[in-house]
Each structure stands twice: as structure tokens, then as C-alpha cells.
Design a protein around this ligand. Sequence first.
Ligand code: ADP
Ligand code: AMP
Length: 219
Amino acid sequence: MRIVLVGPPGAGKGTQAAYLARNLSIPHISTGDLFRANISQGTDLGKQARAYMDAGRLVPDEVTIGMARDRMAQPDAAGGFLLDGFPRNVGQAEALDEMLRSESLKLDAVLDLEVPEDEVVKRIAGRRICRNDSAHVFHVTYNPPKAEGVCDACGGELYQRDDDTEETVRTRLEVYHTQTEPIIDYYRAQGLVVTISALGKVTDVTERAMEALEKSDEG
Ligand code: ADP
Ligand code: AMP
């Protein structure tokens, strides 16, 4: 399956993607994770992206689209993928459509995670991520690790993202409303959008998501 996950920052896209990708046997492709990996490796791409990320703004399409295209061209993504954080504006959505069309492929579903704004602010404020593997995501109160600051899955060090500050979160939410939300209408016109509530336990949300994807597959 080729799936796009959308939802505001902190909705739980990365958390759900880790489970969904495993259940569906497709790679989880997060452009945010790819940028963070480039930053920690000190690449030119990371240097280009960093200031935008720290400010909570979108990295320019010229940089982002090429990076996403390269990742989707990897052999493990030939049979499908779960995109998390891409596309993030209509231009990126059009570029993705064009990429897929050129290979006679198409998206199967766009899973829209709905969460009230006060909840995403709380989720982002307490988010902690593992240095070894960004799929290991915790929350200081909602999903605390057994030992403070240590990843349950691999023992790695947990850290708070540089852009998870109150000020940057406000900008990221505004960017989401003005630039990313329009892609939901764009995909709705293609009949691809399934919306679920991302409130409640992580496992309940995963169950909701799997059900919604199965239904959209039948439809
Ligand atoms: P996104 O990828 O959409 O930015 P994350 O998956 O990183 O969001 O989740 C943001 C924070 O919210 C993390 O700290 C995560 O542990 C927490 N979280 C995710 N899903 C839930 C949930 N259903 N209930 C409570 N907290 C959650
Ligand atoms: P995320 O990990 O998805 O929350 O993304 C973190 C940051 O990376 C965003 O605030 C943007 O600065 C940047 N980013 C991630 N994906 C994209 C994208 N598709 N387009 C532009 N910028 C992106």
C-alpha cells in the first residue's frame, strides 16, 4: 500500500507509523527524520534545512522534494510506503502525484489524524525521542520510559527536539493550518481521505487506523 499520514505536529503520526508500517510490512518514510539524520551527520542538506526547522517553517520544496524522491526510489519502497510529514503543501502533493504517475502508480489512502490543538501542544511539550532510532518515541507523562531519559526499546539516550519549544510549536501549528491542511481538500477531491480521531490510547488509535485503511482498501 502507498499511504500518506497527515495531521498536525504532535498528532501521533510517527508513533502510529511505527506500528502501521510493521503491520503492513512497508517502510515508514518521515521527511522530518530524514532531515534530522542529515543534521546529525553534518551534511550540506542538513545545513540547508536546519534554520527552517529551528524556526518551525517548511524547508523549501527544492530541497525537500528531491530528498523524498530519492528515499522513495530505494528498493525497500518499491512495494509501498507510509509517508509521514510529506507532502506538507499542495506543491509537494502535486510533485508526489507526478512522481507516482510517471511510474503508473497511485496512492491508496490518505490517513488524516484529528486531534484538538490543546492536546497536540501537550503531546509536543512532553515528547522525548531516542538518539539511536527516531521510531522510539516517548512522552514524559503519556508514555513514560521505565527509566527516565533512557529508551525502553534499545537503551539509547532520550532527548527533546530543538524545535519542540512553545514558540516554535505556535509557528508549526500555523504553518500546518495555512500550508498543510489544504492538501486534505486536494486529496479529498481524489476520494483518498480517511479521517480518524487520534485521541485515546496509542493501541486504540492504531486499531482505528487499521480498520479505516482496510475499509478504504475495500472501497
Ligand atoms: P507527530 O509525529 O505527529 O509529530 P509523535 O508521534 O511524535 O507525533 O507524537 C507526539 C507525542 O505524543 C509523543 O511524545 C508521543 O509519545 C505522544 N503520543 C502519541 N500518541 C499518543 C496518544 N494516543 N496518547 C498520548 N500521547 C501520545
Ligand atoms: P516533523 O518531524 O515531521 O515534525 O518535521 C520537523 C520539521 O522538518 C518541520 O517543522 C519542517 O521544518 C521540516 N520538514 C519535515 N518535512 C517537511 C516537508 N515535507 N516539507 C518541508 N519541511 C519539512
